[in-house]
Design a protein around this ligand. Structure first.
Ligand code: COA
Ligand code: AMP
Length: 637
């Protein structure tokens, strides 16, 4: 039989559909199993599916120890480069094992047992990866929280995950500012109902902090006098991590990932999709707080025996738009993965590509883009500057790895700008109409994946099976609702056009407008409100708030909107990039009271729109058009 990596795309895709169990069993053979699985796919509890059930596999063993056994102790595992501090550090697989085993021992000593949760709230430093891998090693479940979230968001996650220990640092570093993590952490612990017993704090020279006696311990002290931890015997179906992502309300969804299916899928994806192999250098320019960081900064490159680049910095301004080219040339990066917004930022500052001069980026073979829709202009600009294939690919926190991509390790298919190419093997993607029937090629519908999802995708939500069903499976029984709408063309290429829910993507960061509305509604002067995503040249889209005030409120509108902006920053965090709110007389609604957010968004973006027949009062739409015009919408972008 042809090996999985020797097949062309179509053969691999067909085999993954026709014989999924043999396909994934073969992919699983590349890893080390403590105990082989009883069944590749256990569907006895459908719609909850379990991959490699009965098997025992430890993700940390496969990401680190396995490579030492194969004689790769001195090979680089992590290239850490901080443009913020000028620090550079190469960590070999041997050194990584020592650090991870020691920190695993420290967690054990702090009382963390298999199955316990550990929240990681850290900047882009190697210790963040060490903490994640240490959890995997001892069978604890990590939950990484992005540094740009406010204390309340952290508290919400603490309450849901109920961690035994939180691992944090004194600060994160953003251009021109120090993000003081410790006060945010203290505040979050104060707000949270779940009381965390111990916190491990990594000191950074840029911020001095006081520890809370009896609760906090410095990283160095935590690893003193501890025994390195061995790999725990984890079942393939045991939880590896929970990553919270925006849903339609302020309550984030805890996306769960298991050990076995996740390791198999990510390992396979490194070769088949990214064409990156043992010894190669892979760089995902993202943040460990997002799924891209989990999958392609931490786990996948290490599972494949690659060196992963951990970059603390931005594409521009740290110090200039040549930052990415420096990293590529310095570490011989073969595959770069980032969000289109990063390239829009570079293009804005260096459209002529002058900063490329002087850097040898000949090691670069591919640029992969994801996280938001990739506009053809950006794709074409990147391709013409870098002279490598620029691959738009589509996935989401829930899926953990790409649903649609050009699978470069199998076969390079022609690129169609605007499309992330075709469904990746394992993903049975369908486009359904409102009636649940598949739509014709070229017609837009809801993008779904026929169950079972392949290994690596979420098996359920953390402690919320019902939420998993109601969020993803109820709309079309037998299918997983991705929340994206789009179409497939006659060649089988997918086009991801819009979200069908209240989620927006700001600079590749996924945010809930519903969550923002919950925050605005809590302002004492606000009677009702709406938040919409409006198109923006650099970030793709940004939120815009509209508030109707309670009758009798006479305070100046500017004062109130300033408070609204501040409120979102305090409650959700700077990452929401909520910079603008306006006061309006009323919001356009349907007769049943549904706010016409989609129509308002089209007006703000200057796109054609249809006035729905169910509209309550058409004048309200005209008024909104007037209010938007007064603040400069539609903008030419
Ligand atoms: N910790 C604390 N604060 C953070 C943060 C972090 N890890 N990341 C971002 N922030 C803050 C920023 O400082 C900024 O705050 P400000 O409003 O006080 O200036 C705010 O959150 C918005 O940040 P960001 O969206 O990063 O905007 P930016 O203007 O600083 O940078 C880009 C714009 C395009 C350069 C940047 O978004 C980027 O590099 N994107 C790359 C893509 C990416 O990471 N995608 C993730 C998924 S692949
Ligand atoms: P996240 O869960 O943060 O990774 O965000 C996932 C969402 O980002 C998807 O559901 C899409 O709406 C959007 N997205 C990601 N990649 C792409 C892409 N290549 N094209 C269009 N939208 C994308």
């Amino acid at each position: 039989m042809t090996g999985l990596m020797e097949m062309d795309y179509q053969t691999a895709f067909r085999r993954s559909m026709d014989e999924p169990e043999s396909f994934w069993a073969e992919a699983a053979e590349a890893l080390v199993w403590e105990r082989k699985w009883d069944s590749v796919l256990n569907d006895s509890e459908a719609p909850f599916y379990h991959w490699f059930s009965g098997g025992q596999i430890n993700t940390c063993y496969n990401a680190i120890d396995r490579h030492l056994v194969a004689g790769r102790r001195n090979k680089p595992a992590i290239y850490y480069d901080s443009a913020m501090t000028g620090t550079k550090r190469t960590i070999t697989y041997g050194e990584l094992l020592e650090e991870v085993a020691l920190f695993g021992g420290a967690l054990n000593k702090l009382g963390v047992q298999k199955g316990d949760r550990v929240v990681i709230y850290m900047p882009m430093v190697p210790e963040a990866l060490v903490a994640m891998l240490a959890c995997a090693r001892i069978g604890a479940v990590h939950s990484v929280v992005f540094g740009g979230f406010a204390a309340k968001e952290l508290a919400t996650r603490i309450d849901d995950a109920q961690p035994k220990v939180i691992v944090s640092a004194t600060c994160g570093l953003e251009p021109a500012k120090v993000v003081h993590y410790k006060p945010l952490l203290d505040q979050a612990i104060e707000i949270a109902r779940h009381k965390v017993q111990r916190c491990v704090i990594l000191p950074r020279p840029e911020a001095a902090v006081e520890l809370v006696e009896g609760r906090d311990i410095w990283w160095a002290d935590a690893i003193t006098d501890v025994e390195p931890a061995p790999c725990a015997p984890t079942a393939a179906t045991d939880p590896l991590y929970v990553l919270y992502t925006s849903g339609t309300t302020g309550k984030p969804k805890g996306v769960l990932r298991d050990h076995g299916g996740h390791a198999v899928a990510l390992h396979w994806s490194m070769g088949a999709i990214y064409n990156c192999h043992e010894g190669d250098v892979f760089w995902a320019a993202s943040d460990i707080g997002w799924v891209v960081g989990h999958s392609y900064i931490c786990y996948a490159p290490l599972l494949a025996g690659c060196a992963t680049v951990l970059y603390e910095g931005k594409p521009v301004g740290t110090p200039d738009p040549g930052a990415f080219w420096r990293i590529i040339s310095e570490y011989n990066v073969r595959t770069l993965f980032t969000a289109p917004t990063a390239f829009r930022a570079i293009k804005r500052e260096d459209a002529a590509g002058k900063y490329l001069d002087g850097y040898d980026i000949s090691s670069l073979k591919y640029l992969f883009l994801a996280g938001e829709r990739c506009d053809p202009d950006t794709l074409e600009w990147a391709a013409s500057e870098l002279h490598v294939p620029v691959i738009d690919h589509w996935w989401q926190t829930e899926t953990g790895w790409p649903i649609a991509s050009n699978c470069e390790g199998l076969e390079h298919l022609p690129i169609k700008p605007g499309s992330p190419t075709k469904a990746v093997p394992g993903w049975d993607v369908r486009i359904l109409g409102e009636d649940g029937e598949e739509v014709a090629d070229g017609d837009t519908g809801n993008i779904v994946v026929k169950l079972p999802l392949p290994p690596g995708a979420l098996p359920t939500l953390w402690h919320d099976d019902q939420g998993y069903i109601s969020s993803y499976l109820e709309r079309y029984p037998g299918y997983f609702l991705t929340g994206d709408a789009g179409y497939r063309d006659e060649d089988g290429y997918l086009y991801i056009m819009a979200r069908i829910d209240d989620i927006i993507n700001v600079a590749g960061h996924r945010l809930s407008t519903g969550g923002m509305e919950e925050v605005l509604s809590a302002h004492p002067d606000v009677a009702e409100c709406a938040v919409i995503g409006v198109a923006e040249r650099l970030k793709g889209e940004v939120p815009l708030g509209m508030a109707v005030l309670k009758s009798g409120v006479t305070r100046p509108h500017e004062e109130i909107t300033r408070e609204l902006v501040k409120l979102i920053r305090e409650k959700i965090g700077p990452v929401a990039y909520f910079k603008q709110a306006i006061v309006v007389e009323r919001l356009p609604k349907t007769r049943s009271g549904k706010i016409l957010r989609g129509v308002m968004r089209k007006i703000a973006d200057g796109k054609p729109y249809k006035v729905p027949g169910t509209i309550d009062d058409p004048d309200a739409l005209d008024e909104i058009g007037g209010s938007l015009k007064a603040i400069g919408y539609p903008k030419s972008i």
